[in-house]
Design a protein around this ligand. Structure first.
Ligand SMILES: C[S@@+](CC[C@H](N)C(=O)[O-])C[C@H]1O[C@@H](n2cnc3c(N)ncnc32)[C@H](O)[C@@H]1O
Length: 332
């Protein structure tokens, strides 16, 4: 959509509380229609403001933003802290160039870097705050190293399984970072951490059910399908991802795969049933893992994102419930 082609529609989009996709397929797709994967956007305003609130910047703070996108968030930070205190890194050269033009037209001149935000930006360090506007499954340790002790990292974080929330980490003098999740999110993944999703056929030794072992379950695949349930399950089953195959009659199959391509499972959902057909194959019994993870979540009163927290050290990520002394169990 172009501002001058349909100004009313354009302004309406600008003032809507929705994310506005500005790039598809890393720029390989152009034109007015949708591509396959959104790869850059102007983030949803309420999400931007809630993340800035969590960042709690103070006068004189230096901030590193990872994921310049349109440059809007960098403009807000520059307005609050002064352009000299803001560094913004964007992996996509075209997006970074466009953002730089927009920022300078608005008379903001943050340090705008084209590069992989995984590395942070050591030249501008130390920072008081790091904010990522693309999601991660591992917080790059460069971010922790480049923040002063007592500083804060705000980043969308999610397991491979799905479900995602913004985490607010406080950096300690010993080079670790700890903090709670503050709310649900759904961001584009940091480029280098995008998951590869092999096709189901790569897992099967023959036509389904191949060598799979059949059983039934009383847990509906619907029960594990909400964003929060996916997060609660996903943090317990590392290296597992779901796919849903829907059929014309409204039924569906939930497929589970492991990223190591050793194990798979299917669960068939049909309306009105109280038990569901399961098939599992490989060294990991993926549905059993997911079901156990879901029961754990239910036993703990289905905690929301805000009861989960994360501890990051140079070699580990530990998700916990309520306090760092209470790490969540890992299945598999
Ligand atoms: C949701 S958009 C950012 C929104 C933006 N902050 C704004 O105000 O409009 C996510 C951006 O992260 C960028 N990105 C993805 N991986 C990155 C990486 N490794 N380093 C830096 N930027 C990255 C994408 O190219 C995309 O532009």
């Amino acid at each position: 959509m172009h501002r001058f082609a349909d100004p009313a529609k354009w302004w309406n989009a600008v003032y809507s509380d929705v994310p506005l996709t500005t790039q598809w397929d890393d720029g390989d797709h152009t034109g007015a229609d949708r591509g396959v994967m959104p790869t850059s956007s102007n983030s949803m305003p309420t999400m931007v403001f809630s993340m800035l609130a969590a960042l709690e910047v103070e006068d004189g703070n230096r901030v590193l933003e990872v994921g310049t996108g349109t440059g809007w968030n960098a403009a807000l930070l520059s307005h609050r802290l002064g352009s000299d205190n803001v560094v913004t890194v964007e992996v996509d050269k075209t997006s970074a160039g466009d953002a730089r033009c927009r920022l300078s037209r608005a008379e903001y001149y943050p340090t705008s870097v084209v590069g992989d935000g995984v590395e942070g930006y050591a030249t501008g360090a130390p920072y008081d705050r790091v904010i990522a506007t693309c999601s991660v499954g591992r917080v790059p340790h460069a971010w922790v190293n480049q923040v002063r002790p007592g500083g804060v990292i705000v980043a969308p974080w999610g397991p491979e399984y799905g479900g995602e929330a913004v985490v607010r980490l406080k950096v300690s003098a010993d080079g670790t970072a700890h903090g709670r999740f503050v709310g649900s999110s759904a961001f584009m993944r940091l480029r280098r951490q995008r998951a590869s999703r092999p096709n189901s056929l790569e897992y099967l030794s023959g036509p389904w059910p191949a060598d799979g072992t059949e059983s039934t379950t009383g847990v509906s695949p619907d029960d594990v399908g909400s964003w929060l349930a996916m997060f609660a399950v996903g943090v317990q089953v590392p290296g597992v991802f779901p796919l849903v195959e829907r059929y014309a009659d409204g039924t569906y199959t939930l497929w589970l795969h492991d990223t190591a391509i050793t194990s798979w499972a299917t669960v068939d959902w049909e309306p009105g049933r109280h038990d569901y057909e399961v098939v599992q194959s490989g060294p990991r019994s993926l549905w059993d893992e997911v079901e156990a993870a879901w029961h754990w979540w239910c036993r703990h009163d289905r905690p929301g994102f805000d009861r989960f927290g994360l501890t990051v050290t140079p070699g580990s990520h530990t998700v916990w419930l309520d306090s760092p002394e209470n790490p969540i169990p890992l299945r598999g």
